[in-house]
Design a protein around this ligand. Structure first.
Ligand SMILES: Cc1cc2nc3c(=O)[nH]c(=O)nc-3n(C[C@H](O)[C@H](O)[C@H](O)COP(=O)(O)O)c2cc1C
Length: 157
């Protein structure tokens, strides 16, 4: 499959997960394009809903599946990711899989609700939803969490 991985990362955790997913997909002979979302001004909190512009939003026309990654911010996805999903073109009828990293140790402390939020927006765009993957960080082995979440993501494709 031709797969696009689109993600936002402020401190590198979601980038690490995105890169791990990318390498596992390449191992399985998928063609992968990784795109880290950039904004015209820094976005540091969930309160910045619409006071920024994403400067490198991809067109998903060439992708068979789109994976969207976000840090968990205040029990939701980052506004950059929500804004990106709302603006993405050509995701209707495509497989869409959300993935998140989070600071707290358990998915119910923000990861589950962030995934739900992302899936709600992707559903509104007509995408074919996957359950998604969550990498909790605190108190856990970071590498293991990334390993587990990347495997979970790849298995859903
Ligand atoms: C503004 C803000 C809000 C956050 N809210 C949560 C939260 O509700 N639950 C949680 O588990 N972690 C929360 N975190 C921690 C991040 O989700 C976590 O550090 C994540 O891995 C960061 O990803 P990144 O390095 O890709 O930016 C928050 C971090 C920030 C900066």
């Amino acid at each position: 499959m031709n797969i696009g991985i689109i993600f936002h990362s402020s401190t590198g955790n979601t980038r690490a997960l995105a890169q791990k997913i990318e390498s596992k997909l390449i191992e399985r002979n998928h063609s992968v394009t990784l795109r880290e979302l950039k904004t015209d001004k820094p976005v540091k909190s969930g309160k910045q809903k619409n006071d920024f512009t994403i400067t490198n939003l991809p067109d998903c026309a060439d992708y068979d599946a789109i994976l969207v990654g976000s840090p968990v911010w205040a029990f939701s996805a980052s506004p950059v990711v929500i804004n990106a999903i709302e603006s993405l073109q050509n995701i209707s009828g495509k497989i869409a899989l959300p993935f998140v990293t989070m600071g707290f140790p358990f998915p119910f402390m923000g990861g589950t609700s962030a995934i739900r939020d992302m899936n709600k927006h992707m559903n509104q765009k007509g995408a074919i939803l996957r359950t998604g993957a969550i990498a909790p960080m605190l108190f856990r082995n970071f590498k293991k969490s990334i390993e587990n979440a990347s495997s979970a993501a790849v298995e859903q494709l």
